[in-house]
Design a protein around this ligand. Structure first.
Ligand code: PMP
Length: 286
């Protein structure tokens, strides 16, 4: 049985509880982070911590603990749960003042809720799916306008993954005003020749931690990067496509709305980027 962390305590998962009045539960008034673990070490931890701080600030949610303590909590959970490869999920909610109300409770008297748990994923970096690539469908993006804040409002992304599953595919790319915003749980990219194209940062997409690292490594490797929106038609005509996220790193996309890219197998640039990302992030892992 897993040991999880709730508000200062390490407990067996069956003994960990949160109030039914918690605003995370009632109103999705909560933010989260997912950090991957490879060989027992945390990947891109500083980036995830910085984004957590930004999400909390944007929503005026108090820090649940001193941020210096978060690394220790992550490490302790990885240690006690003997995670070699896997994920650490962290969620902060605005907490509960013991009732339901739209108005935020007084931050002076209401403590935020902090929950962390691990998920074991042996062989995470050698995922066989990455050798084949994934197939995506396009769907309309009907999410709210602050997708840069990593909230737990994941109903539409879940529905998107179900639509993909029903269509016999692996995931969905969301489209707004004719342009791809991002994947349901990842950032989206196309490759044309030597150029990597991905949507620019704004409130329309999550500022992926993996995205930031991959674009940095791509530039260092003399690859050309263009940050702009692209259409599904442009994507279907691209040489390669891929997505990035903390849990899947760099994942090739080999089909979009039934159209095969790069002969339906992962292309040269995406394979190289995945290798570089894994090598470089492992070197910097904590
Ligand atoms: N976009 C969305 C909508 C996501 O949910 C995620 C993963 N949480 C990402 C992008 C990728 O972000 P990261 O690389 O920080 O995991």
């Amino acid at each position: 049985m897993r040991t999880v962390y709730v508000n200062g305590e390490y407990l067996p998962e069956t003994e960990a509880t949160v109030s039914i009045f918690d605003r995370g539960f009632l109103m999705a008034d909560a933010v989260y982070e997912v950090t991957s673990v490879l060989g027992g070490k945390l990947i891109d931890f500083a980036g995830h911590l910085a984004r957590l701080e930004r999400s909390l600030n944007e929503l005026d949610i108090k820090k649940p603990v001193a941020f210096e303590d978060l690394l220790d909590i992550h490490r302790e959970l990885v240690r006690v749960n003997e995670i070699g490869d896997g994920l650490v999920y962290l969620q902060v909610t605005r907490g509960s003042d013991g009732d339901r109300d739209f108005i935020f409770p007084d931050a002076e008297t209401t403590e935020p809720t902090l929950v962390l748990f691990t998920q074991a994923k042996p062989g995470l970096a050698d995922d066989p799916v990455a050798k084949k690539g994934i197939r995506v469908i396009s769907i309309e993006d009907i999410r709210w306008g602050r997708r840069d804040i990593k909230t737990v409002q994941l109903l539409y992304p879940s529905m998107g993954k179900m639509m993909a599953k029903k269509a016999g595919c692996d995931d969905a790319w969301m489209v707004e005003d004719g342009h791809v915003t991002e994947g349901t749980s990842n950032n989206a990219y196309i490759v044309k020749g030597n150029k990597i194209i991905t949507r620019q940062l704004s409130n329309e997409i999550l500022h992926g931690i993996t995205r930031a690292a991959v674009l940095r490594f791509a530039s260092e490797a003399q690859m050309e990067v263009e940050e702009r929106a692209f259409t599904i038609d442009e994507a279907k005509a691209a040489d390669e496509a891929f997505v990035t996220s903390a849990s899947n790193f760099v994942m090739p996309v080999v089909e979009i709305d039934g159209v095969a890219l790069s002969d339906g197998v992962p292309g040269r640039i995406v394979k190289r980027l995945r290798e570089i990302y894994l090598d470089e992030s492992l070197k910097a892992a904590l």
